[in-house]
Design a protein around this ligand. Structure first.
Ligand SMILES: [Zn+2]
Length: 131
């Protein structure tokens, strides 16, 4: 778990689980909203309650969720998993400890500041033409 103290990792763990539950609320709301739209759609058409319709509904709901919600949830779940296996707070790239102020600002960070800015420089907008 890097060089974090008990109190620091407790604080980050609390922060992560708070973010996770807020995110799950948002996702539930999105799914309810998407479900409502779906049901009002089929209410005016042919009603089919078979398995196929059910499968379509689930696929629709998945697509209805905004990408950023799914991405954020995966990041948070990944961070919580890393806390469990002891790799949390260790930079994915160079293996150094990620310092607490950075984790505090961004508890899902997987890279130290140096590696993150390098990563963004090399991966950001690859198709932007250089003038
Ligand atoms: Zn690093």
């Amino acid at each position: 778990m890097g060089s974090l103290s008990h109190r620091q990792s407790d604080q980050l763990r609390t922060d992560l689980s708070r973010r996770e539950s807020r995110l799950r609320d948002e996702i539930r709301e999105e799914m309810l909203r998407a479900g409502d739209e779906y049901y009002s759609d089929i209410a005016g058409g042919v009603l089919d309650t078979g398995d196929a319709a059910q499968a379509t509904l689930l696929a629709d709901l998945d697509q209805a969720l905004p990408d950023f919600l799914i991405r954020e949830l995966r990041e948070i779940e990944g961070a919580i998993r890393r806390m469990g296996d002891g790799t949390y707070g260790i930079c994915l790239q160079c293996g150094d400890d990620i310092d607490f102020p950075r984790l505090s600002a961004c508890p899902t960070a997987v890279r130290c500041l140096d590696c993150q800015s390098f990563h963004e420089k090399t991966h950001a907008r690859p198709r932007t033409p250089s003038l």
